[in-house]
Design a protein around this ligand. Structure first.
Ligand code: SF4
Length: 231
């Protein structure tokens, strides 16, 4: 099975009762500003290149963002920041990501959420994180032939990437590499190409409104990913 089958499979997953309820309740209630729009209200598959050099690992879909549009990081403020930066560093064909049929392409990059369903307060439980991990493992396996750089957004994405790549047979240094903005760790794999893991503050409003993450800082890490992918 390939990425399309994986996407189809994850989009009907109902393994986490609390998240199934939340994603559907939000889709049913709708935010007033989107009252006239359909909501996806289901798990969010990966999006982007099928043979990416760069894999970007986020946290979870936003209730009124990807949970509405059906495409990861699409239709919310975090996505506005992320796609604008991907475009500035040459990794996205458009600077905006508004809805799933807007024509945006990521020729060399794939975006995934660690937990595929929108969680209340953007906080999945450890159990939900672990229940969803096989979907990330399978996606990572399907793109393993081409991925050289992994960008982890936030410490949640960083830890998920370390766990996933360890399960995939990569060496993860002990003690485990610390997350930070611009942190870099090489995850070697015997007999195969390794990947470089890059840490990046999550472009959440909590970080962008407060100035903890600026556009220049985001461009720096994504630009570094693009440069590493071209090497
Ligand atoms: Fe399934 Fe993951 Fe959604 Fe849980 S979070 S219901 S495992 S897709």
């Amino acid at each position: 099975a390939g990425l399309h089958e994986l996407g189809a499979g994850v989009s009907v997953c109902r393994a986490c009762p609390r998240l199934v309820r939340w994603r559907e309740d939000v889709a049913h209630a709708k935010r007033a500003s989107f009252a006239g729009e359909p909501y996806w209200g289901r798990p969010i598959p990966g999006f982007g290149a099928e043979h990416p050099s760069i894999l970007v690992v986020g946290l979870a879909p936003a209730a009124n963002g990807a949970n509405r549009t059906g495409r990861v990081f699409t239709g919310d403020r975090s996505g506005d920041w992320l796609f604008a930066s991907l475009h500035r560093v040459g990794l996205a064909t458009q600077a905006t990501s508004v809805h799933a049929a807007d024509g945006l392409e990521l020729p060399d990059t794939r975006l995934v959420a660690t937990v595929r369903c929108a969680p209340p307060l953007n906080k999945p439980t450890p159990e939900e994180r672990d229940t969803c991990a096989p979907w990330l493992d399978r996606e990572v396996a399907l793109v393993a032939g081409s991925v050289r750089v992994v960008v982890a957004l936030g410490s949640f994405g960083w830890d998920a990437a370390l766990r996933t790549y360890r399960r995939a047979g990569h060496d993860v240094p002990v003690p485990k590499p610390r997350f930070g903005h611009g942190a870099e760790a090489h995850l070697a794999r015997a007999g195969a190409a390794g990947v470089t893991l890059l840490g990046c503050y999550h472009p959440s409003q909590q970080n962008t409104f407060t100035g903890r993450l600026t556009e220049a800082m985001l461009d720096e890490v994504l630009g570094r990913a693009a440069a590493l992918a071209r090497m």
